[in-house]
Design a protein around this ligand. Structure first.
Ligand SMILES: [Zn+2]
Ligand SMILES: [Zn+2]
Length: 162
């Protein structure tokens, strides 16, 4: 199956102190966005995390204001120390990075293709439309098998087996 060539995208935090380039994982129908309904994402950003898995690490122009919060033994969440924008989620070993979809400058070619930790979603919202939805347990299993879903607990399972 043919996949489109990876295309680098630019992005930045709200105040502009952190400017970055990242290449979304290539798909033949555009950029895929996944939504994580887990409790950790909800507490950190106030709602579901909408993120794009990248094809490699993110390049930050000037990391002076890039904050890194080690949220678990295996993962860290990156943000702007000046304005508080949440920007990246990544495995500490560099094997997986996702960029918060809202941080990209242009997401006109992006679509929501996956919802994860659907069993942790609070009752006060639902996303319209049909797409693949996975429970936390299903994400854990997929990640352990080399899947690409993001999520704190999912990655933890993967790292735990590595
Ligand atoms: Zn900022
Ligand atoms: Zn999450």
């Amino acid at each position: 199956m043919a996949e489109t060539a990876a295309t680098e995208k630019t992005g930045r935090c709200l105040c502009g102190a952190v400017v970055f380039k990242a290449t979304p994982a290539p798909h033949d129908d555009g950029v895929h966005v996944d939504a994580c309904h887990c409790g950790m994402c909800r507490r950190q950003i106030g709602g579901p995390l909408m993120a794009v898995t990248t094809a490699g690490p993110v390049t930050v122009e000037d990391p002076t204001h890039l904050g890194v919060y080690r949220s678990s033994d295996w993962a860290e969440r990156c943000f702007c120390k000046k304005c508080g924008s949440n920007l990246f989620w990544r495995m500490r070993d560099g094997s997986f990075t996702s960029v918060n979809a809202g941080a990209f400058d242009d997401t006109s070619d992006a679509k929501l293709t996956l919802e994860i930790f659907i069993d942790e979603k609070p009752g006060y919202y639902d996303f319209a439309g049909e797409r693949k939805r996975m429970t936390g347990d299903e994400v854990l299993a997929a990640f352990a098998g080399g899947g690409t879903a993001s999520g704190e607990s999912a990655s933890g399972a993967g790292a735990g087996k590595a």
